[in-house]
Design a protein around this ligand. Structure first.
Ligand code: PTJ
Length: 254
């Protein structure tokens, strides 16, 4: 037994653990109640994907790692769901790639911003941005526009997991390279991203880190080659096919 009262051999163990973490996040004031709804939506797509990283998502994670390692200033944007599901993993990704961590919320509240920053520090983060909010993303009229001048506003590459389409488009308009993790290949954020990773954050974030560890120290040409070879439309199409037809996925877990 671990965090949840079911054995790891249970066919729905990963899914139950993920649900439990989101519930615990809500109880701790880290995750919004809307985060529960987002989780349910993501879970449905993940079920259809076979709850595994399909090859096109792994290729996208590798391209994401190459972008991060080539960047002057990469930033990982963290919301309430990400903080609850993968706090340790985003800290590790930031460490391996030299990225900043910035809290950015759709349902922004000072208390929740601080709770998330503290939670990330409890998991080893040394610096967490987002609380200063001294810059704005142009063209957005909701709370997600609030960013740090020396964080997302200054970044050339931004990882935006579980994003809403508005900010994805606004960041794209600022000429930033956007890596999006979203289980829905039809979502506006996935369709806007430079690199859409159609996978669960619980698998995708460690996958980017693993690729970054392997690629660290490689020549610039290697990163540029991986980026040039990645076909974002093919990745979206492969994910949609996998969801519609179970193409390339393991039998779905009941
Ligand atoms: O913490 P906040 O205030 O910033 O709010 C965060 C949420 C997620 C509530 C907010 O951004 C939101 O409402 O998002 P949406 O519009 O519901 O979009 C969430 C997207 O993420 C959907 O396309 C889901 O399929 C997808 N998704 C949900 N869970 C996961 C996921 N994608 C990857 N991994 C997941 N675990």
């Amino acid at each position: 037994m671990s965090e949840v009262e079911v054995p790891e051999s249970h066919p729905r163990y990963d899914s139950l653990l993920t649900r439990h973490r989101i519930e615990a996040g809500v109880e701790k004031g880290i995750t919004s109640r809307q985060g529960l709804i987002a989780q349910g939506r993501g879970e449905a797509f993940d079920y259809l994907l076979g709850e595994e990283t399909i090859p096109s998502a792994d290729a996208a994670a590798r391209a994401a790692a190459a972008h991060f390692l080539l960047a002057d200033h990469p930033v990982v944007s963290v919301n309430g769901n990400v903080a609850a599901l993968v706090p340790q993993e985003v800290v590790e990704l930031a460490e391996v790639t030299g990225a900043d961590l910035e809290v950015n919320l759709f349902n922004r509240a000072d208390e929740r911003m601080r709770a998330i920053a503290d939670h990330l520090r409890d998991h080893g983060a040394t610096a967490v941005k987002g609380l200063r909010a001294d810059a704005r993303i142009p063209g957005l009229d909701h709370e997600r526009a609030k960013v740090d001048a020396d964080g997302i506003a200054d970044a050339d590459v931004v990882l935006v997991p579980l994003e809403d389409g508005d900010r994805a488009e606004a960041l794209g308009a600022m000429d930033k390279t956007e890596v999006v993790i979203d289980l829905n290949p039809l979502s506006r954020s996935a369709r806007t991203a430079t690199v859409p990773i159609v996978d669960n954050v619980v698998r995708a974030v460690p996958d980017i880190t693993a690729h970054a560890r392997e690629l660290r120290g490689a020549e610039r040409d290697t990163f540029e080659g991986i980026i040039a070879d990645f076909d974002r439309q093919a990745a979206l199409d492969a994910a949609e096919l996998a969801i519609r037809e179970g193409e390339g996925t393991s039998p779905r877990k009941e």
